[in-house]
Design a protein around this ligand. Structure first.
Ligand code: AMP
Length: 504
């Protein structure tokens, strides 16, 4: 039977799974004997690239050669970093991470006498827009993969839990990773999984707990500095790694030792879990505020949550479960106590469904847009703004939602229509907080007086294609926005060939 991987390409760690002989998803360990691989790349001065544990380890000596948290930059056109004249791009870096997890998994399979796999489902955050999704797909192709599909991370997490116990329930996926926090409110009804709301903070995750701990230790050891003062220093990555170790130990014990070197001074001691929890309480509080906001903007405003599913490595911290229990008093689940592997397992289930090798009882129903789409217009006060026509809280598939506008000049025969993407659920947004995705002159071909109403329709189908059309005095004109990745097919092929012989 043909097999395919499920890959969680994470902001801090990545994970890969496949359906085993028993029909259940199994996470494949990397060659460092770990279930997850740091999404960290070190561009070495010998021209080699190191990915994962090795790259993370070299943080203390080669900080300026390290690329981490690259997923946050996926569609950042202004991302501009060079290492030894090599232009670092989020897509190529993501391709290296994917190649590493796939090569390691295939190596493990070879040792077990199993055939190599080159097909995969890759997960993406619910908040990724079309461009980021296309770029993720291209990263997969450059890594030599046939990307069968992209799957939302919360949907993947829910799939990994299966239908058992979730049928008829409204549940929340609480995903606290290394650098991002995501929340999705979902419902399973008759085996169909619907998304009611998604929200999150893409700059809130385990790293903030590490920094809070470091700040406290710098202060309590009378060093007279804060993380902010040393964050650009070459040894700081290493110190943060030490904080992470201490934090992880605090998930297991009430007290943990810490040890780091600053300015040739060795700093050691113990910290208790209760102190750690106190000094990071405000970070946890921020996740609660986001959940309340998600409930508010849900398709069923104020929706009640029956159950909570914990996902993401930071959910290992006991304070997370404790806080959620206090706030929501509903059952809380951790996937076999492996919250950092649930997404990859769900992706493996989805991959097997696509290949027809298993049949999951769960069907993916309504998904949300995750992005709002609006047109640029001028307010009566003469201010430029974006008027959102499809909101991010709307369903992904949207049939012809419209808004009416008035022409601003006499004898106008056309308008410049500029479509913007943004993450606000509000009607109106500042232009500079939105991303322009297409700007076109649309002409209806005959002059109309100032103040004539022009209807502007926006629709979106299941593959994310957005169609815009205008209607002026019964004349319709339209255009379609088809998202493509940033690279041409030839460029992807060239990058794939360059990478194929490399060992990372
Ligand atoms: P993820 O991206 O889901 O793999 O999550 C990575 C984050 O989880 C990092 O910030 C880790 O430090 C954190 N993490 C992993 N294991 C633990 C643990 N046992 N206790 C606390 N945090 C953890």
């Amino acid at each position: 039977m043909e097999a395919a991987f499920g890959i969680d390409l994470g902001t801090t760690n990545s994970c890969i799974a496949v359906i085993g002989e028993d029909g259940l998803p199994q996470v494949i360990k990397n060659l460092d004997d770990e279930f997850t691989t740091p999404s960290v790349v070190c561009y070495g001065d010998d021209g080699e690239c190191y990915v994962g544990v090795e790259a993370k380890r070299s943080m203390n000596v080669e900080y300026d050669r390290i690329v981490a948290f690259i997923k946050r930059e996926m569609s950042n056109e202004k991302y501009d970093r060079k290492i030894d004249d090599i232009e670092i791009t989020p897509v190529a870096t993501s391709a290296l991470i994917l190649k590493k997890v796939v090569d390691d998994a295939n190596e493990q399979r070879r040792m077990e006498g199993l055939p190599e796999i080159h097909k995969a489902v890759v997960t993406v955050p619910a908040y990724f827009g079309n461009m980021e999704c296309e770029l993720t797909k291209q990263a997969g192709q450059i890594a030599g993969l046939e990307v069968l599909d992209l799957l939302n991370e919360p949907t993947a997490a829910a799939l990994s839990y299966g239908i058992k116990g979730l049928e008829g329930k409204t549940f929340m996926i609480y995903d606290l990773g290394g650098g991002t926090f995501d929340v999705s409110i979902m419902r399973m009804k008759n085996g169909v999984l619907d998304t009611l709301a998604t929200d999150g903070d893409h700059h809130l995750g385990g790293i903030d707990w590490d920094i809070a701990l470091l700040d406290y230790l710098l202060m309590s050891n009378d060093l007279g500095i804060a993380y902010e003062d040393i964050k650009k220093d070459s040894g700081t990555g290493h110190i943060l790694n030490q904080m992470e170790i201490c934090k992880k130990n605090l998930s297991k014990s009430d007290k943990a030792p810490y040890k780091f070197k600053y300015n040739r001074k060795q700093i050691t001691g113990d910290i208790s879990r209760s102190v750690f929890e106190e000094l990071t309480e405000d970070l946890l509080e921020r996740t609660i505020d986001i959940i309340h906001h998600a409930q508010k903007i849900s398709r069923e405003p104020g929706v009640k949550i029956d159950e909570i599913i914990l996902v993401g490595g930071s959910s290992y911290m006991p304070m997370v479960k404790k806080k959620l229990q206090k706030e929501f008093s509903c059952p809380i689940r951790l996937d076999n106590l492996e919250p950092d592997r649930a997404v990859a397992k769900g992706a493996a289930i989805h991959a097997a469904n696509i290949l027809g090798s298993t049949k999951s009882k769960v069907k993916i129903g309504t998904d949300l847009a995750s992005r709002s789409y609006g047109v640029r217009c001028i307010s009566p006060e003469g201010k430029l703004h974006v008027w959102n026509i499809i909101k991010r809280t709307d369903d992904l598939v949207y049939e012809g939602k419209y808004s009416g506008f008035c022409t601003s000049d006499d004898n106008q025969t056309s308008v410049i229509i500029a479509i913007y993407e943004n993450i606000s659920e509000k009607d109106s947004m500042d232009v500079d907080k939105c991303t322009l995705i297409e700007e076109k002159v649309l002409s209806w071909g005959f002059p109309v007086p100032k103040g004539t109403t022009v209807y502007s329709f926006v629709s979106r189908n299941s593959d994310g294609t957005v169609r815009i059309w205008l209607e002026c005095q019964n004349k319709k004109v339209d255009f379609e926005i088809k998202y493509r990745g940033m690279y041409s097919e030839d460029e992807v092929e060239r990058m794939r060939k360059d990478l194929s012989g490399k060992r990372v």
